[in-house]
Design a protein around this ligand. Structure first.
Ligand code: SAM
Ligand code: SF4
Length: 334
């Protein structure tokens, strides 16, 4: 029997977020600069290697797998990866296979994702205004994403929207986004903007809209009931009594969540980051490629988990951005 993955702070690691590409068809201003340099393709793990890696984590007790990026659905032939990984759902060794996407390719892929066993997806959408959408994503077009949402819901996928809370940008859409989601039976999670990577001239502090303020605004219009359930991540949830929908708040900055963290992240090059907010990482690609047997890979995974830090150091409270990490969110995956 394989021993589960337990870190030095007795947290059991059951959730893997895997970035399958650093590329994207959008250039969201808080995530990327307009002229990004992407990794040479040979640096990336092949789809077969990604499968082997995930399968090793699943053998070691990971029960939930979220595929992210960059934009995961722009990776060539990514549906074959989903179809292959879904065997772990069928055997019962994996509880959930899910995805975070900008929605641009959903019209094309939603039916196949559902057929591969995906039940729920997160779609990132910060505004319902076409001009603002083009401004914030630089390269994205809102109607394409809305068609993607239709396709996903049409295929029976449960959709949750993720919106980054941006001061002076979508503050005025708090109610329209809430109502849009309520009308479509979707939950909505707000994310505080995090200091990840060099993004050119954008000002992080200028972008920061505290979710405490957002929550207070929401409470002026709806009755909020705190929900007890935790996902092991930074999200806290409330129910809006008037609509029944769940609203999540991901607050890595104004609220620390590390004590219950059950997750690790792996990049498309096979680097494992055991904390989103720390630079510490280990390479899994070399042990993966060193042998066709998985013993060395499993040892490397255990060794990396043994170094998982207690928590992150993001802090805006002194009116400067502390704890910034140099990599982009699109590198580690959100
Ligand atoms: N491309 C996909 C998408 O946009 O959903 C998946 C990858 S994206 C990096 C994952 C999530 O990270 C998105 O919801 C995005 O809004 C969020 N994100 C990116 N940069 C961020 C930042 N600096 N602070 C907070 N959230 C960020
Ligand atoms: Fe692409 Fe997602 Fe980053 Fe936007 S947030 S640039 S969609 S990876």
């Amino acid at each position: 029997m394989t021993a589960p993955l337990i870190d030095p702070f007795q947290r059991r690691i059951e959730y893997l977020r895997l970035s399958v590409t650093d590329r994207c068809d959008f250039r969201c201003v808080y995530c990327m600069s307009e002229n990004m340099t992407f990794l040479p393709k040979k640096e990336l793990l092949t789809l077969e290697e990604l499968d082997r890696l995930c399968s090793a984590f699943i053998r070691l007790g990971v029960r939930k797998l979220r595929i992210t990026g960059g934009e995961p659905l722009v990776r060539r032939d990514i549906l074959s990866f989903f179809r292959s990984i879904s065997r772990h759902l069928e055997t019962g060794s994996l509880d959930e296979l899910t995805l975070t996407t900008n929605g641009s390719q959903l019209e094309k892929h939603a039916t196949d994702l559902a057929a591969a066993g995906v039940r729920r997806i997160n779609v990132s959408l910060d505004t319902l205004d076409e001009a603002k959408f083009a401004e914030i994503t630089r390269w994205g077009r809102l109607p394409q994403v809305l068609r993607g949402l239709d396709a996903a819901q049409g295929a029976g996928l449960r959709v949750k929207l993720n919106a980054v809370a941006l001061k002076g940008f979508n503050e005025d859409e708090l109610l329209t986004l809430t109502q849009f989601c309520a009308a479509r039976g979707m939950d909505l999670t707000w994310i505080e903007v995090m200091p990840m990577g060099d993004i050119g001239n954008e000002n992080r502090l200028g972008q920061y809209w505290s979710l405490k303020d957002l929550r207070a605004d929401l409470a002026r219009h709806y009755t909020l009931t705190d929900l007890p359930h935790r996902t092991g991540g930074p999200a806290r949830y409330v129910r809006l009594e008037e609509t029944g929908q769940q609203i999540g708040f991901i607050t890595p900055l104004s609220h620390n969540f590390c004590e219950s963290c059950n997750r690790v992240r792996v990049t498309c090059t096979g680097t494992i980051y055991t904390c989103l907010g720390q630079e510490g990482h280990s390479d899994l690609r070399a042990p993966l490629r060193a042998s066709e047997a998985d013993a060395g890979l499993e040892d490397a995974i255990r060794a990396a988990i043994a170094l998982k830090p207690k928590g992150h150091d993001f802090d805006y409270s002194r009116q400067q951005v502390d704890g910034q990490v140099s990599r982009h969110m699109s590198h580690t995956g959100g």
